[in-house]
Write a protein that binds this ligand. Structure first.
Ligand code: GAL
Length: 396
């Protein structure tokens, strides 16, 4: 079965856009192996848009741009495979890709065969320049069938940005992951908006088909193709990676692995977070509480109430894992430190049950001892805390 758990890998778009080449892909493949990413679970190396010539060949085939890929795509795929990785490519359901290159509308079967001949293991399938009277579901289904008929097992990554509620139907047409939001940008607002919009859409994610929140921007620090506004701090990147792992969605890195900071590399390879993302039961998280914070109001005039409140900026979620464990996660989207608490009765453990929990901090590994009745933590602004917990019978 493909995509038994959320797919993991790297994609060229976020940092490189059109600046892609065989050299870059080979170097990235080397790093994925030599610097521990493959061992951590990252498997797919994906070339996004802008890899082909502007026109098809006389035979109607897609042609890799020889200036970028002088030895063709089969040579790139072979190199990636020799490294023990899988190779991914990109096309689009419309008549041109988003960057204006030829794409697969009405060429689904011939293109799927070309990809299979090159040794492609993963196809990201975009939605730009889709004919106005076209049938989106039918076209995504057509490429799904073309991939199945190609003679090669190819993971199908459908990217229609959440149009027509893909979480309701993409799984049933054979997609293994489906983008359900617009493009991520490398800033705090972008990834938190994406995450908030998907909390209610994760229940269709399950082995074989996952809701896709887009490639990670972790480690980009404003460099690359999707920067907009202030880039994230390390704690914000840690929140992004924690959200994606808690949500159990694909982990596709988008940073320049050649120039990644040590702390972001350690974050992207965090065993404890990846274990949550990859938990075999693939259950979605459940929102326990969404709250506000009360903040000092610097604009208050003398005699006025010196506080203001901000709604919907603290999130407490629980996610059940296999073997009876679960994660409790606290996200503080406000700019100020605040205390987040979880009444255990809110997660089904009223005091008279005699059951408490034993939280272990996912970032530090610290064990906090048995908690009963209530569990609360102080969380700095724009930061989060996650605890992996087991149930514990309390005496008396
Ligand atoms: C967008 C897509 C991005 C990237 C880009 C390439 O539609 O959401 O992830 O693939 O096209 O042009």
């Amino acid at each position: 079965m493909l995509a038994k758990t959320p797919p993991m890998g790297w994609n060229s778009w976020n940092t490189f856009g059109e600046e892609i080449s065989e050299e870059l892909i080979r170097r990235t493949a080397d790093i994925l192996v030599e610097q521990g990413y493959r061992a951590a679970g990252y498997e797919y190396l994906v070339i996004d848009d802008c890899w082909s010539l502007r026109e098809r060949s006389e035979q109607g085939l897609l042609v890799p741009d020889p200036a970028k890929f002088p030895h063709g795509m089969k040579a790139v795929a072979d190199y990636v495979h020799q490294k023990g990785l899988k190779f991914g490519m990109y096309s689009c359901a419309g008549v041109r890709t988003c960057a204006g290159y030829p794409s697969s509308f009405d060429h689904e079967f011939v293109d799927a065969r070309t990809f299979a001949q090159w040794g492609v293991d993963f196809l990201k399938y975009d939605f730009c320049n889709f004919p106005q009277n076209g049938d989106c579901r039918m076209r995504y289904h057509t490429m799904s069938m073309a991939l199945k008929a190609s003679g090669r097992e190819i993971l199908y990554s459908a990217c229609n940005w959440g149009q027509q509620e893909p979480w309701r139907w993409m799984r049933s047409i054979g997609a293994h992951m489906y983008r359900s939001t617009g493009d991520i940008m490398d800033n705090f607002r972008s990834f938190t908006d994406i995450a908030k919009s998907q909390i209610g859409n994760l229940c269709m994610s399950a082995p074989g088909g996952f809701n896709d929140l887009d490639m990670l921007t972790v480690g980009m620090y404003g460099k690359g193709n999707v920067s907009l506004g202030a880039p994230c701090t390390f704690e914000e990147y840690r929140m992004q990676f924690s959200l994606w792992c808690l949500f159990g969605v694909p982990l596709m890195m988008g940073c320049d692995l050649r120039a990644l900071s040590g702390e972001c590399r350690a974050l992207l390879q965090s065993e404890a977070l990846i274990a949550i993302d990859q938990d075999e039961e693939c259950r979605p998280p459940y929102l326990v509480r969404c709250g506000g914070v009360t903040l000092p109001n610097p604009d208050a005039k003398p005699g006025e109430y010196p506080w203001r409140s901000e709604d919907e900026c603290t999130y407490t979620l629980i996610r059940h894992l296999s073997k009876g464990e679960f994660v409790l996660a606290f996200f503080n989207l406000s700019e100020h430190e605040t205390r987040l608490s979880c009444l255990l009765s809110d997660i089904g453990l009223p005091y008279p049950s005699g059951i408490g929990i034993t939280p272990r901090d996912v970032f530090t590994g610290e064990r906090l001892g048995v908690k009963r009745d209530e569990f609360s933590v102080r969380v700095p602004g724009h930061d989060c805390r996650l605890y992996r917990c087991q149930l514990s019978r309390c005496d008396g």
